[in-house]
Design a protein around this ligand. Structure first.
Ligand SMILES: C[S@@+](CC[C@H](N)C(=O)[O-])C[C@H]1O[C@@H](n2cnc3c(N)ncnc32)[C@H](O)[C@@H]1O
Length: 210
């Protein structure tokens, strides 16, 4: 914004912009939620307890491609990059351009790729970035509020894109997400994380050999 535009900006908008700026990533997340509450699904990013517990079961030494759906403002991104091998890649996919733009500006790690798109197109996106399959896919998508047909399509595409021995990692407030996973992943581990707002289920769907 130029100084003339700033001077003309109505007071309520100016106050809101200052509040958002002062809140850093939380402000960006809040703005994303206000603009699209159904697709974002939550007003508070995941807690460090959820992050550490969810990622603890990943075999990092054998992870070349880690995919994340719905990274938002990147709550999981740095913890994933901290654990990922030097030659690994973290590929994140989000439908919200505000979040993708924010992530591209703030995460400069050469192993990080942010794609503006839908998780339903994960196979095409993975191939476009030179990979056949992903080792792990992590999802914070609001499965129960996605438009009709999207959640089953994402679960099916995710099962196809994960290599044998890999896993689909899902954290959600409602049990519904598990039912989409269970159509494809026959071995699912479950935990409940109370130290999250709101508390959430954690699932690991393992892709076993057929
Ligand atoms: C609850 S937020 C997840 C926030 C973040 N991962 C965290 O842990 O705090 C859900 C995210 O899913 C994104 N989203 C919704 N539908 C999507 C889709 N079909 N494909 C990719 N991202 C999607 C939203 O834009 C939002 O960033």
């Amino acid at each position: 914004m130029t100084s003339t535009e700033l001077a003309r900006e109505p007071l309520p908008q100016r106050i809101m912009r200052k509040i958002k700026h002062g809140m850093g990533p939380w402000g960006v997340f809040l703005e994303g939620f206000i603009r699209n509450p159904v697709m974002v699904g939550s007003i508070v990013p995941s807690s460090r307890f959820t992050i550490n517990r969810m990622l603890a079961r990943v075999d990092w030494a054998n992870t070349k491609l880690f995919v994340e759906y719905g990274p938002g403002v990147g709550t999981f991104c740095q913890p994933v990059l901290d654990r990922l091998p030097r030659e690994g890649t973290l590929l994140v996919i989000d439908t919200n351009p505000l979040f993708i733009d924010y992530l591209r500006r703030t995460i400069t790690d050469s192993r990080f790729i942010a794609v503006h798109g839908s998780a339903a197109d994960v196979e095409e996106i993975v191939r476009a970035h030179g990979h056949e399959q992903a080792d792990y896919v992590l999802s914070g998508l609001p499965f129960s509020t996605l438009p009709d047909g999207v959640a089953p399509a994402i679960a099916a595409a995710t099962h196809r894109v994960i290599r044998e021995g890999g896993a689909f990692l899902v954290y959600q407030f409602r049990r519904k997400a598990r039912s989409y996973m269970a159509r494809h992943f026959h071995r699912i581990d479950e935990k409940y994380e109370a130290r999250n707002v709101p508390p959430c289920f954690l699932w690991w769907g393992w892709k076993d050999a057929d």
